[in-house]
Design a protein. Structure first.
Length: 231
């Protein structure tokens, strides 16, 4: 019995040695490749880390290129300097009007003569530098043929006293327009409708008008009466 047991032991040892010799050796691992991670807890941890990093990176990308919003700092109140007291306006220099020339004086006196003889809408126009024929135009409206001729005769007498003599005097057939030329002054007497037709004031509308009324006194007729006294 003892011999049989020894024989069985020897046979089992021989078979195990043979099996050990026959079992193939494990294949060597390639040098360049990394071992793959087995599915399990390590894979879950890496997935959680990558998901946590992704939103942070996207938020960082969005913030790049955009200036950070700065809240305006509260400004300190600026103390305004008190305005200096307003200075009184300096008085304007009085511009003295030059003394009228002899021709201007005659034009003014002619206009006053017309007004004294009951002419209406008397105007004195200063056409110096604009009319090559004369310097002043005296225009008035009469009421009748006789009245207009009498006014023109009075102005001619006034001119002779001052030193102005009429070079020519003309009138139309119906005496609706009378003219007396004193070289530097030309006097026009119109019937109202004829004056409106020719409209010399509009023709010389860009010229200055000269004040001819007597200062501080009402106009008087040749009898020395003003309008209120005559009525």
């Amino acid at each position: 019995m003892a011999a049989k047991k020894k024989a069985k032991k020897t046979t089992t040892k021989a078979t195990t040695k043979k099996q050990v010799k026959r079992s193939p050796k494990p294949a060597p691992k390639p040098a360049g490749k990394k071992p793959q991670m087995k599915a399990g807890k390590p894979a879950l941890k890496s997935a959680i880390k990558s998901s946590a990093k992704a939103p942070a990176k996207s938020a960082a990308k969005r913030s790049i290129g955009k200036p950070a919003s700065k809240t305006p700092a509260a400004r300190a109140p600026v103390a305004h300097a008190a305005h200096p007291a307003a200075r009184p306006a300096a008085p304007r220099p009085v511009v003295e009007r030059p003394a009228p020339s002899k021709a201007e004086e005659f034009a003014i006196e002619s206009a006053r003569c017309m007004d004294d003889d009951k002419c209406t809408d008397v105007v004195v126009l200063d056409v110096r530098g604009k009319n090559p024929m004369t310097d002043f135009l005296v225009i008035g409206s009469g009421t009748s043929d006789r009245q207009m001729r009498a006014v023109l005769h009075h102005i001619q007498d006034l001119g002779e006293k001052i030193g102005y003599q009429a070079v020519r005097s003309t009138s139309d057939d119906r005496a609706t327009w009378l003219l007396a030329d004193f070289m530097n002054v030309i006097v026009h007497l119109f019937e109202p409708n004829t004056r409106a037709h020719y409209d010399l004031e509009m023709m010389w509308g860009d010229t200055a008008r000269i004040e001819w009324e007597r200062p501080g006194t009402a106009s008087r007729d040749r009898a020395g009466l003003n309008a209120s006294e005559a009525n």
